[in-house]
Design a binder for this molecule. Structure first.
Ligand code: SF4
Length: 431
């Protein structure tokens, strides 16, 4: 790893290109000094923070201790200013501030829906916009996190799919969404850190450390992008979220949703093992090829076999199958029965989420009528598989499923058709 100065001069561009068609875009380097040479520690694993401190001049033993303290302040307390790290010697705090920052994605706009759903338009430091959505419920609060700016794929019912893939988000930009949500929800514990003050001047001894009741209880990787086409960064970010010394959210409260990047499903199980959700949306090759074009590369059978092999899937930890209800396209009784047959055939511990289609300007589909959705749900329930109908959230602020799209890339119909062709060609060439 380079020192900040040498890195900045050797890599004046912030991104390095990655060749290939399913990873066709520049990907930000995970540890990139900012224009002023300082390194953002958000999203950097603890051992890597230790290394950075050693490179900056600390002795290895001191670096390890400081890394532990800094890491704790970042993820347990939400602190972004080294001056507030009261268990670190006063003289060392400005030394840290000169060399490092603890960043957040920039907030471009924040909107609140009439139903309480919140949507943020965020920006990376190099000016790319992406979105995150917080959906509060009575019993839980779910943050829908983006993994890419735009998307590699082109699901025809999805607004994000009409965007070109701009780039993958870094681990810092992914975990940064969770940090920002906790900032906005006022969720960081207040008070001192009893038992975590190995040295020096604690300034807030009056208070007691109390992790407050969390509003943000669940995370779904279902925002913009296909997370399994940005696997390493998503994995590294989720490790920080799950780490008991990091954000300490249980893997059972995290769901990763994929449109079906079959070869990466086994790695997801082995390396992250969070809950799995599949954007299934159709049960025949013909229809799924059309609405989830990655199906032309990895078919339904292959996908369901990979699901059946997913470690940890059980009746208490079911795989969710997302199914968007499109009028006259995928919503017949026969489709519902075929869905049941497939889930039984592969012996999948499954639940089905039925999502009424959320229209967006230029969409070619309509939502199935309520009676049709109810009947579809009943057929699945009658077979013993749960199939709740999701009530759309945040429609008035375009925050609902499949509606996320930043204005950065508005295109004409002809441009959209060309883009769809390009993405399909990329899928056919392979990864
Ligand atoms: S549904 Fe997901 S994978 Fe498909 S285009 Fe939209 S964001 Fe991409």
């Amino acid at each position: 790893m380079n020192s900040p100065q040498t890195s900045a001069s050797q890599h004046p561009a912030h991104h390095m290109p990655i060749p290939g068609l399913t990873d066709p875009v520049p990907v930000a380097r995970p540890i990139t000094p900012r224009a002023d040479g300082r390194i953002d520690l958000l999203g950097v694993a603890r051992p890597a923070i230790t290394e950075l401190l050693i490179e900056a001049g600390l002795e290895p033993k001191a670096a390890k201790l400081r890394a532990k303290q800094v890491y704790h302040w970042i993820y347990h307390r939400g602190v972004t200013d080294f001056a507030e790290m009261t268990d670190i010697a006063k003289g060392l705090r400005p030394w840290l501030s000169e060399r490092f920052v603890i960043g957040r994605p920039d907030i471009v706009t924040a909107q609140i829906s009439s139903d309480g759903t919140r949507k943020w338009l965020l920006s990376t430091t190099d000016g790319h916009e992406f979105e995150m959505v917080f959906i509060p419920d009575e019993a839980r609060g779910t943050l829908c996190v983006s993994s890419q700016v735009g998307c590699t794929l082109n699901c025809t019912f999805c607004h994000t799919g009409t965007m070109r893939l701009v780039r993958n988000l870094t681990p810092g930009e992914i975990v940064g969404q969770v940090m920002l949500a906790r900032d906005a929800l006022g969720e960081w514990p207040k008070g001192n850190m009893a038992g975590f003050a190995p040295d020096t001047d604690e300034e807030d001894e009056e208070d007691t450390y109390s992790p407050d009741g969390r509003l943000l209880t669940n995370i779904v990787m279902m925002g913009m992008g296909e997370p399994l086409y940005n696997f390493d960064n998503v994995r590294d970010a989720l490790k920080l979220v799950m780490d008991g010394d990091g954000l300490a959210l249980s893997r059972r409260r995290i769901t990763l949703s994929t449109s079906g990047v079959v070869p990466m499903i086994a790695r997801t199980g082995a390396e992250i093992n969070v809950n799995l959700a599949i954007s299934l949306h159709a049960v025949t090759k013909q229809v799924r090829d059309e609405i989830v074009p990655i199906n032309r590369k990895y078919g339904i059978e292959e996908l369901l076999e990979a699901c059946a092999a997913y470690p940890g899937a059980s009746n208490s930890r079911r795989i969710t199958f997302e199914y968007v209800m499109l009028a006259g396209k995928n919503d017949s009784d026969a489709d519902a029965r075929e869905l049941v047959r497939l889930l039984r055939h592969y012996r999948l511990p499954a639940k089905v989420n039925l999502i009424p289609f959320n229209p967006w300007p230029g969409a070619v589909y309509e939502c199935s009528p309520p009676d049709r959705i109810r009947r579809f749900s009943e057929i699945i329930f009658e077979s013993g598989i749960s199939a709740p109908i999701r009530s759309p959230r945040g429609r008035d602020i375009d925050a609902a499923c499949g509606q996320l799209k930043t204005s950065a890339a508005r295109m004409t119909r002809a441009e959209l058709d060309r883009l769809a062709e390009e993405k399909l060609a990329a899928l056919e060439v392979g990864d």
